[in-house]
Design a protein around this ligand. Structure first.
Ligand code: CP
Length: 322
């Protein structure tokens, strides 16, 4: 399933930011600048060749204080495809165990000549703190339950590529909204680009007042499913939850899990996204996750182009225009 995306309705704007900390901060034009730049990197990513807008001589570090499979690997590959040198920092084996602070750790890594630092941390605002204390560009790769802007961008980019537009689409964000940084980045980005967003989950996993962001709120997936063009299923974040936020995993899967039976009641061209990792059999059954409506692995592939675009823009490379 692939269609040409429609010509954007607003003109992309010149990129002037040093950091990418969240989609809440960005204008519609800035988001479209990243998405349009990413179009120019899709081929470079797939063709396994470097773009002329390379980052030769630049240094990109991934500084991850939480586990990651997709984001860390994707940023590392994006930086190398652009010709940058890379440093991959993880907490295991680092001097954090000797009492070195978060900021001292980041400053010492920066002193190696880093141009862009890609940061993941369990505490909301941690990348923003580094942006205040360091001179290099900072990318938020996930800060607690706050934002994960490049995941939001790659989700939106995938929808735009496969649906041809964002304006007027109805996107359902289903599951653990309360603990999901991906939900927040999707909400900010999708609303700015003209989509309708419905968040859906058990009332214990949907924060009070989230409608103030401009989304609609639902607690029964079967009520909203027929209206949705896209469903983005969010992982139940067992590691961030207190116990008892829903009766049982079986009950959650019955009420909110995307399975074949439920899919038959959706629009025939419904697009299924999931940021990953997925709990197979909880948010989504294996036959749906691996089925024809799913773009889960395309999201990962598109993430490479999006992250190449982000790194190139932050480093001021004109070739990021494609
Ligand atoms: N979607 C996402 O952020 O995945 P990782 O935690 O594996 O990076």
């Amino acid at each position: 399933m692939s269609v040409e995306y429609a010509v954007p309705e607003t003109r992309p704007v010149a990129w002037t930011r040093r950091h990418l900390l969240g989609l809440e901060d960005l204008s519609r034009g800035e988001i479209e600048t990243i998405l349009d730049s990413a179009e120019g990197f899709v081929e470079a990513g797939q063709a396994r060749r470097k773009k002329p807008a390379d980052l030769k001589g630049k240094v990109v570090v991934t500084l991850f204080f939480e586990p990651s499979t997709r984001t860390r690997a994707s940023f590392g590959l994006a930086a190398r495809r652009l010709g940058a040198d890379t440093i991959d920092f993880t907490t295991g084996g680092s001097s954090l165990s000797k009492g070195e602070t978060f900021i001292d750790t980041a400053k010492n890594i920066e002193a190696l000549g880093v141009d862009v630092m890609v940061v993941r941390h369990a505490v909301p605002g941690a990348p923003h703190l580094l942006a205040q204390h360091l001179k290099c560009g900072i990318v938020n790769a996930g800060d607690g339950a706050h934002e994960h802007p490049t995941q939001g961008l790659l989700d939106i980019f995938t929808i735009r590529r496969l649906k041809g537009r964002l304006e007027g689409l109805t996107v359902g964000l289903v599951g653990d909204i309360a603990h999901s940084r991906v939900a927040r980045s999707n909400i900010h980005g999708l609303l700015k680009l003209g989509a309708r967003v419905i968040v859906c989950g058990p009332s214990t996993l949907v924060p009070q007042g989230i409608d103030r962001l401009g989304v609609e709120v639902a607690h029964r997936l079967d009520d909203i499913l027929p209206q949705c063009d896209v469903i983005n299923v969010l992982r139940i974040q067992f590691e961030r939850q207190r116990s008892g936020l829903f009766p049982s995993i079986h009950e959650y899967a019955r009420l909110f899990g995307m399975d074949s039976q439920r899919l038959r009641r959706a629009k025939p061209d419904i697009l299924l996204l999931a940021p990953g990792p997925i709990n197979r059999g909880v948010e989504v059954t294996p036959e749906v996750a691996d089925g024809p409506h799913s773009a889960i692995l395309q999201q990962v592939t598109n993430g490479l182009a999006v992250r190449m675009a982000v790194l190139a823009l932050l480093c001021g490379q004109p070739g990021a225009e494609g």
